[in-house]
Design a protein around this ligand. Sequence first.
Ligand SMILES: Nc1ncnc2c1ncn2[C@@H]1O[C@H](COP(=O)(O)OP(=O)(O)OP(=O)(O)O)[C@@H](O)[C@H]1O
Length: 397
Amino acid sequence: MNDIIKDELSRPTVFKKEKPLYFDYVPENLPEREEELRYLVRLFRDVIEERVGSSQSALITGKVGTGKTVMAKKFGEMLEKRRGFNYVHVNCRKHNTGSLALIKVLRNYDKRFPERGYSVEEMLRALFNMLEIRDKYLVIAMDEIDFLIKKSGPDILYNLSRMSDDSLGDYENRISVIYIARDPNFREELDQSTQSTLRGNIINLNEYNQKELTTILNQRIKLAFNPNTVTTETIELISDIASEWGNARFAIELLWKAGKKADSEGDETVVPEHVRWAKAEIHPYMRKELFNDMNKNHLMVLLSIAQLLQNSNKAYVTTGEVEENYKIICEGHNIKPRRYTQFWHYIQELNNMGVIDTSLSGKGKRGRTTQISLPDIPANMLKQEIEKHINTILKHE
Ligand SMILES: Nc1ncnc2c1ncn2[C@@H]1O[C@H](COP(=O)(O)OP(=O)(O)OP(=O)(O)O)[C@@H](O)[C@H]1O
């Protein structure tokens, strides 16, 4: 057996080390996001400089893989290097109620903080106490906050935003919050008081273009690959594919998988053929997690789009066409179709997930209509995937 290990370890590889390709790796610099990062620092200037009595909140929005999480984490890293500051990153998809999110924060200070028995108010007090004793100022990043709100309502935001008023008695305000959400209109879903604490503090991250993705890829190649193992054509193809979504995560994943493929074929360099293979393997549409984020209505809307595009040979369809077909599909599945506003909301959400592209047709305000297209996936392939998932969802109802 030992020989197998020895044999495998002695095989040539294109990788220097794979860690810089992990999803949670935070690189030394964030190329193409420096300006936004500086803006975030400026927003928190008072907190950093004055500490006492000042707290801040900000909202980072942007589509999948535009660097929201890594930017917040980088900010946190920089902050923690300064004396007296702590940063806690909460994944609200995982910690999806106000209490669970707060427990995650509290456990940063007390690993055994109990899971039950305390109200949100009590937990906040406990947290203030801990900060006071340690003389620390805290920035909490609430990543994918939309999930938490969907699951358990906006109360936690209210609680967090209200901490600056006198409801907490003698405590000094030591907590700032960075909210992270994909939907740029997320702010509008919040109550007035939270909205006003966010004021203009919103950073919207654009999708990356091919040039920006190339820079990001080159940084990872330097860190993770042996010299001269990734060809220019390979980088060009990856950045070209990923730029359709503007998604850096997809770009890095393609790079990684392509490298793995090169290794498994015993090739010394990563070439475009490896990328094509990787793309087929990890097409964003083929990821199970993507469908996990969708409810049956999302799936019905998406199915409607896929059907229309498959049958029409057109590059895009209009929302009107999609809605009509959506109603028919719902009927066929014995599901009550939702009204227009809700339907429109699903279209927006699918757009934010990066699974459809929407754009406005023509010029001038009157008579403009939203056009919907699918980024780079055969409609019939998508249809098959959706049908598989619809069946699973309906079975579990
Ligand atoms: N400017 C950048 N420089 C270097 N790496 C980046 C940059 N932007 C994004 N990345 C990398 O791309 C991947 C995706 O980024 P990140 O997780 O921050 O995206 P996100 O916007 O939070 O996506 P999601 O909405 O899916 O959570 C990560 O591996 C991250 O390190």
